[in-house]
Design a protein around this ligand. Structure first.
Ligand code: NAI
Length: 729
């Protein structure tokens, strides 16, 4: 028998075997080959010892020596699966499932003592145990997040949650959303049986279960077992079945996310057959997802790229990390108020300054509202909320900014005003305070000219609503020093947000690229394409916001102002402005029809008295639509996706972007590029036919819709060299 190193066997003299998950080569336990071998060896040994002496072992406790209980499938392996290697994956998956099943049917009680995160494969392992006790600690997270990576739980997770909770609850509470529960919520929702306050209590409870249940079996292995809530063979249940695909369409808005569909199929089909057959069905649906492109895209973005970005792949090396204690937020409007809240939530003292005390107090009111909501929903305690609010000091007096070690400016988007407010406070805050501007479009290098310490000046572009949006775009001006960049990076991490780093340029990365998405949608309206189809195309491509409604939110006047300023700057520098067909549409909307967007009460949409959208403006069809003019739906979607992707490649060419991971993460988390693509450059990598396929398609779009789709040189060169967009990490 092979001695297992990944799973440690500890047996006491009462006959309880504790299997300690402790991969010697990794910081977390994963379902890698070493684990699979160890797990098989453990199953062999358990069976052998019990065969020799049925009383040798009274029960088994599964726990972990790591911070996490078990991290699940090894994503480095999964991202490499191809249709050609899918068979191996299927066989390997079935083998591990068989071994889980052997332990589940030993006839002895098996308890999972969950002492950290048990997500995905970790929770599946726990589901194969007869009893689950979870430690009530901040690191304990329980659930099946596979759907968020374009996968399904392929280690028996679908089969067992359906048998544990019933089809409906398994789908809604566990499988389709990928919800991660803390210990208490996991217990409330029936995912674990007990919660323990301390590690000692955790093991004591596991032992108590073994003492009380000498012959344990899963509910589904007991005679007369029925799946809770019924199965499709029950007419009452069957009547509800059509609601599932309808909900699914609601969840994905028709965008190409294959995982929810496969999860639904595995759950419903698996509920109608015996346990073993259900495991095979689940495995097949899993392998189909793992071999497909979407899961690769999603694993790349939501795991690898996110990790690279958050771990500081772009932070200058060798600079000591620093923590900000007290931050000055200048301007208590929509953005300033949200920034103040996010900083205070992370434990930073905030001085929130506006021109009048009344405005600053109103800005703090935003935090008061968010805190009250969090308390009423049980997401935080009154004490914590009070402490958060006590950290925010509203003021109109610059003297109150003394001692601030960072400044975040969020006054109106006006360069001379921004210069003025920095001059006012530069000598009041700490002499080495980090100086940040939240401008969404103005060049950082120009804004920096307003301060004496230009090396400490940097862009910190937050997204609205700040408390919800996870991204911050850090913009390095020409004179920004490495120290400032490192400090800005640390500050963004300190407030638990995700920082991407770009070099200075008008509109930076995010504002510039989202403009291409919007312009393309607006241009299609101008070409006479049915506006409702344009909206539908954006939704079905997977954009969280429809394109014309987004335009209305941003107002038609603001992008127009920015465009005119950019145009002037380009022409003053002797360049030619590449006029976009959307410009004429926006000009007509504003100048001829007086429709400036939602805040003006009329835009591409009509708005009711209450400010709610009341349908697309019928005038669009009258003034822009050519009846009967249609283009393929695929073209409509790809015009938006390609417009963003092609400009992102140009930003790499121009050196504004320096990292592929930043582009992917920034596009999904900042500007709503569809998640199924894995981000704007992964979309290019994963396009049908790879980069050459993407280049060919871009050329086709250029021929049909305009030169702006001509693939940039960098893209063509990479396609010719057989490369993809990666950071080489
Ligand atoms: P806002 O109009 O809601 O707030 C601006 C605030 O600045 C007002 O409360 C105003 O009283 C205050 N202010 C003006 N002069 C001041 C002075 N001398 N000292 C102190 N406070 C002063 O504007 P919003 O939307 O919060 O935008 C602020 C900045 O953030 C702008 O630069 C904008 O481009 C940028 N931004 C906006 C985003 C958005 O979605 N609205 C997203 C990202 C950045």
């Amino acid at each position: 028998m092979t001695e297992s190193t990944t799973i440690r066997w500890e047996q006491d003299d009462t006959g309880v075997v504790t299997l300690v998950l402790d991969d010697p080569n990794q910081s977390a336990n994963t379902m890698n080959q070493a684990f699979r071998d160890s797990f098989a060896a453990v199953a062999d040994r358990l069976e052998a010892e019990l065969k020799a002496d049925p009383d040798a072992i009274r029960g088994i406790i599964l726990t972990s020596a790591k911070k996490t209980f078990f991290a699940g499938g090894d994503l480095r392996d999964l991202i490499r699966v191809t249709p050609g290697t899918a068979r191996d994956l299927l066989d390997g998956g079935l083998a591990i499932k068989r071994n889980m099943r052997r332990i589940e049917t030993l006839g002895k009680p098996v308890v999972a003592a969950i002492n950290g995160a048990a997500l995905g494969g970790g929770f599946e392992l726990a589901l194969a145990c007869h009893h689950r006790v979870a430690l009530d600690a901040s690191g304990t997270k329980i659930g099946c997040p596979e759907v968020t990576l374009g996968l399904l739980p392929g280690g028996g997770g679908v089969v067992r949650t359906v048998r544990l909770l019933g089809i409906t609850d398994a789908l809604l509470k566990v499988l389709l959303q990928g919800t991660q529960y803390n210990a208490r919520r996991a217990q409330e929702n029936g995912l674990v049986h007990e919660v323990a306050a301390t590690p000692e209590e955790l093991i004591a409870k596991a032992r108590a279960f073994i003492d009380a249940n000498p012959e344990s079996a899963q509910p589904w292995d007991r005679p007369g077992y029925r799946i809770p809530g019924g199965t499709p063979s029950n007419p009452k249940f069957a009547a509800n079945l059509p609601a599932f695909p309808a909900n699914l369409r609601k969840q994905t808005a028709g965008a190409p996310y294959p995982a929810p569909r496969n999860i639904l199929a595995a759950a419903v089909e698996g509920a109608q057959v015996d346990f073993e057959t259900a495991q095979v069905i689940e495995a097949r649906y899993f392998v189909e997802l793992a071999a497909g492109q979407t899961s690769k895209n999603m694993i790349q973005a939501f795991f690898f790229d996110l990790q690279a970005v958050n771990s500081g792949a772009n932070r200058p090396q060798g600079i000591e990390p620093r923590t900000v204690r007290k931050v000055a937020v200048l301007g208590a409007g929509m953005m300033g108020a949200g920034i103040a809240y996010s900083c205070a939530r992370a434990g930073i003292e905030v001085v929130l300054k506006d021109v009048a005390l009344e405005s600053a107090v109103k800005g703090k009111g935003y935090s008061e509202k968010l805190c009250a909501k969090a308390v009423s929903r049980g997401r935080t305690s009154q004490e914590k909320a009070d402490a958060l609010l006590a950290r925010i000091t509203p003021t109109a007096d610059a003297a109150d900014l003394a001692g601030c070690d960072a400044v975040i400016e969020a006054v109106f988007e006006d360069p001379s005003l921004k210069h003025k407010v920095f001059q006012e406070i530069e000598h009041i805050v700490a002499p080495d305070a980090l100086l940040c501007s939240n401008t969404s479009t103005l060049p950082i290098t120009v804004l920096a000219e307003g301060v004496e310490r230009q090396g400490d000046f940097i862009g910190l572009h937050f997204f609205s609503p700040v408390d919800k949006m996870p991204l911050v775009e850090i913009i390095k001006g020409e004179r920004t020093g490495d120290e400032a960049l490192a400090r800005a990076f640390d500050l963004v991490r300190q407030i638990n947000k995700t920082p991407i780093v770009v070099n200075d340029s008008r509109g930076f990365f995010t504002s510039r690229v989202i403009g291409h998405f919007i312009n393309e949608g607006v241009a299609m309206v101008g070409e006479g394409i049915e506006p409702a189809s344009v909206e539908q195309a954006a939704a079905q491509a997977g954009y969280p916001a429809k394109v014309l409604s987004l335009m209305d939110e941003l107002t038609l006047t603001l992008p127009r102002k920015i465009r005119n300023e950019s145009k002037r700057a380009v022409e003053e520098a002797g360049g030619t402005w590449p006029t976009h067909p959307a410009e004429a549409v926006i000009d007509r909307m504003v100048d001829e029809f007086g429709r400036t967007g939602r805040s003006g009460g009329a835009g591409f949409y009509e708005y009711g008295e209450d400010g709610k959208r009341a349908g697309l403006w019928p005038g669009l069809r009258e003034h822009f639509t050519k009846p009967g003019h249609e283009i393929p739906f695929k073209d409509m979607q790809e015009r938006m996706l390609f417009a963003e992707a092609l400009d992102t490649v140009k930003l790499l060419e121009e050196g504004v972007l320096t990292s592929v991971a930043d582009a992917n993460i920034g596009s999904i988390f900042g500007i709503g590029f569809p998640g199924w693509t894995g981000g704007v450059l992964q979309y290019v990598n994963g396009y049908d036919g790879g980069l050459p396929g993407f280049v060919a398609r871009a050329r086709e779009l250029a021929e049909r819709y305009g030169e702006r789709f001509t693939p940039p040189a960098l893209l063509v060169a990479k396609a010719e060299r057989g490369e993809t967009f990666t950071d080489g990490r």
